[in-house]
Write a protein that binds this ligand. Structure first.
Ligand code: MN
Length: 130
């Protein structure tokens, strides 16, 4: 069965690139354009991994991450922040909000899939060793 990745991203160009790379690598991609619908879609679909843009309208990615982590069904779902913020401290903020990791924009098409696989592999080992 294809692994499902939920991409919460408001920028169409970033979404297009990420979707292209993930689908080419064999993943099923579900997109949400804002934080609120991202949270609702995550709860409904229970994806294998969530890619979360931090710069979202109305509700930023930190708030989205915190709310996703409050859902017991999603407590162990790999949650990877994607942000173009270059300020130091962002990584710590994303981890504090419940993210497992952090990717920087612009997305590097050559390393992106390997970066994603790291988080999926971790998820597998957690399932085997509860
Ligand atoms: Mn954005």
């Amino acid at each position: 069965m294809k692994r499902v990745i939920l991409v919460i991203e408001d920028n169409e160009q970033n979404l297009y690139l990420v979707r292209f790379l993930l689908e080419k690598a064999g993943y099923e991609v579900i997109a949400a354009r804002d934080g609120r619908s991202g949270i609702e879609t995550a709860a409904a679909v229970k994806p294998d991994l969530i890619l979360l843009d931090i710069q979202l309208p109305v509700m930023d990615g930190y708030a989205v991450a915190s709310e996703i982590r409050r859902n017991p069904d999603l407590a162990a779902t790999p949650l990877v922040a994607v942000t173009s913020y270059a300020m130091s401290g962002d990584r710590e903020k994303t981890i504090a909000a419940g993210c497992d990791g952090y990717l920087e924009k612009p997305i590097d098409p050559d390393s992106f899939i390997n970066d994603i696989r790291r988080f999926l592999t971790d998820d597998h080992s957690r399932e085997k060793n509860p």
